[in-house]
Design a protein around this ligand. Structure first.
Ligand SMILES: Nc1ncnc2c1ncn2[C@@H]1O[C@H](COP(=O)(O)OP(=O)(O)OP(=O)(O)O)[C@@H](O)[C@H]1O
Ligand SMILES: Nc1ncnc2c1ncn2[C@@H]1O[C@H](COP(=O)(O)OP(=O)(O)OP(=O)(O)O)[C@@H](O)[C@H]1O
Ligand SMILES: [Mg+2]
Ligand SMILES: [Mg+2]
Lengths: 215, 215
């Protein structure tokens, strides 16, 4: 087929202040993951700009950008992106290795993160020896292990039963209460209803952006 | 860590008759995908047996087993398992190529299957150029394209918004009304409530197995 340009985002302007707890909802294919990749400094917009804590991200040198991603941002990917043959523990240690944490400290922090998401008894399993929801929880633990101040979670409960999903939501609410900034993409209205602001995306545009009173 | 044996299923006895519409629910890690892999002839139980239409699957020669999988069973995997660099169309054509369908016929059937899941405008995209929910829908189209009589879907709506999820559920309900047998693993109680029988798995055992009156 001929080269076709997909306008995944067609003019999105959003400001999120420190300490906000937002959800992004919208139909499959509407541009949510594309937006999250830009917010997570994983993708550059083809036009427009992204200011993170006042810095124009496109003007930062690559090395500085990688530092920002590693220290400020925790990203839970919709497709997890774990190392299949590394253990759950190793996967969660990775961001700490990159941040230069010592061997003992990073092991301890990774174990605590896995324990917090209910995987204390699966730390030694390779990620390809885990169930779908267990992989999702390893991805969440990895995103939180460096105590980032901006948490971007793309559909963090999609493969979890309601009880495990509730446990994850409580972890995220605690992080919000501690002053961090959280943006969750979700298809689950129960999750969106627990956040303070719901941004609806439709066909690459912001369709609505409303305050929500968590129920 | 020492070699540890995980008993993913610890004694499950279930009979599903032709034409039933069942859902399997249960916590993350409880053994649902393991059970589905056995039902789909992708995995042999370490003890016990699996009779499919009266045949003991463990006694079938590999070639016959592959034929059964290709002609009788449509499987939607929890992790999709698409070929990343093949187009959506090619991915959906694969089971038809294996079944020996002619080039024109398989293209037509694959296009129809993709259209039915709302992806008519994404057929030429490679699967690594699709959103999470679009990949999920390609996996569903691929499972249904050979008109199998047994449909096994492991969390088919996990990455879909409620409207796309509803469209998929209507496709599945139609297949059930046409006399096919459907078994869906789901974490979504709204999906489970649309089936006629809900089997609950907990820690590798059947916890309950109840008739449901769809709402
Ligand atoms: N290859 C493997 N080696 C060892 N243990 C495994 C392997 N694959 C799965 N397991 C374990 O078997 C158990 C059941 O896994 P299964 O994938 O069937 O769970 P599930 O009910 O589908 O969970 P989910 O809802 O999270 O998808 C899990 O605790 C998992 O850690
Ligand atoms: N590499 C790519 N090349 C071309 N088009 C792409 C690519 N990646 C995504 N797209 C398209 O861009 C659009 C937006 O994709 P995106 O992943 O942001 O959607 P989404 O809102 O996250 O969807 P979902 O809810 O299904 O995860 C989709 O229609 C998709 O087909
Ligand atoms: Mg997405
Ligand atoms: Mg599973």
């Amino acid at each position: 087929m001929a080269e076709e340009t997909v306008h995944a985002l067609r003019g999105v302007s959003v400001t999120v202040d420190q300490g906000e707890f937002c959800s992004i909802i919208g139909p499959s294919g509407s541009g949510k993951s594309t937006l999250m990749d830009i917010l997570g400094c994983l993708s550059r917009p083809t036009s427009g700009k992204y200011l993170l804590d006042g810095d124009d991200v496109s003007k930062l040198p690559d090395k500085r950008l990688a530092e920002v991603r590693n220290k400020k941002i925790g990203f839970v990917f919709q497709a997890y992106h774990l190392l299949a043959r590394a253990t759950a523990l190793k996967n969660v240690e990775l961001p700490l290795i990159y941040a230069g944490a010592g061997k003992r400290e990073r092991r301890k922090m990774a174990e605590e993160a896995l324990d917090r998401v209910g995987l204390a008894d699966r730390m030694g399993h390779r990620s390809n020896q885990l169930s779908g929801g267990q992989k999702q929880r390893v991805a969440i633990a990895r995103a939180l292990v460096t105590n980032p101040s901006l948490i971007l979670a793309d559909e963090p409960t999609g493969n979890l039963d309601s009880r495990s999903g509730e446990e994850i939501l409580e972890i995220l609410e605690t992080l919000y209460q501690q002053g961090n900034t959280l943006i969750l993409v979700t298809h689950d209205n129960k999750v969106a209803n627990r956040t303070n602001r719901i941004i609806q995306i439709f066909d690459g545009l912001v369709d609505s952006d409303m305050v929500n009173t968590p129920t």
